[in-house]
Design a protein around this ligand. Sequence first.
Ligand SMILES: [Zn+2]
Length: 340
Amino acid sequence: MPAINEKERSVLFYKRMILVVILLTITVLAVIAVVQGVQIHKIKLGNESRAAQNAEQAETIERQTKQLEEQMQELEELRRQKNELETLTQQQSERLAALEAQVAAAAATTSTTSAGGYQALYPDFYAPQTYSATSSPDNTAYLTFDDGPSGNTDIILQTLQEENVKATFFVVGTDNADNLARMRRIVQEGHTIGMHSYSHSYKKIYASVEAFLKDMYQVFNLIKDTTGVTPTCFRFPGGSINSYNKAVYKDIKAEMIRRGFVPYDWNVSSGDASTTKYTPEQLTGYVLNGIGSKSRIIVLMHDSSSKENTAQAVRQIIIGIREKGFIFAPLDYQTKPILF
Ligand SMILES: [Zn+2]
């Protein structure tokens, strides 16, 4: 056995040392590598789970966003419905206001009618025919006499007979036997008898529609009972519009027309209404001058007891009108009225 010398022993020792160091290094490196590998794996795993969490969160956020969007849409829809409702409410309240106005108007009409209630009064106070006053022939003169009858009516009737003229008498109430006989004569001789009120009291008859109807109904019955003729026409005392009846004349006129009666004013006046001072010649002059270029004339005259001059003027008036080319006719229910 060869002796191992000192030098060889030392080399061997270093060789072993180096080997040990290398082995140790490898071992340490391997351990480090394993440890790091484990750590990396752990980190990887953590990352994966975080990614999964993130994905989940993203999904959640997306879902929530969607929900929010849906809620926003619902909100928008609600807002739209609210606006619609507001518009509808506005329209409904406008409609309601309009309806209320209509109801108020209807109530006003009803209360006027029922407050008056006059349409139901005197159910037999009607003309025998419905209102149809459309006849308006040219060159026609309608002589009318108000406030009679009286002694002057006899003179006038005599003249009319002699001149072969038919006229119209708007009579007032009377219980005098002679005047009642004159009413009958008016009818018998082919003239028209119309209503002029019973009392001829402006204050009384123009107090209300009811007051007017009550008074007119009285003269209506008087004429019917006395003459057998149902009157179809009337003349307002003072004319259809005067200072006493402004508040009621429209309602009176409408109600009388509803009952079939025809109202007549005039477009030529003899001037005998308010005075007795005019001579027959003056009265004739007023009538003839008043004709002007009119083609239909309704002439106002009076046959009450104080109007002798009118009775005396009638013949001249007839002659003068005739000379102007007119024919004469009595008013009947078809004669188109002349109204103020
Ligand atoms: Zn009168």
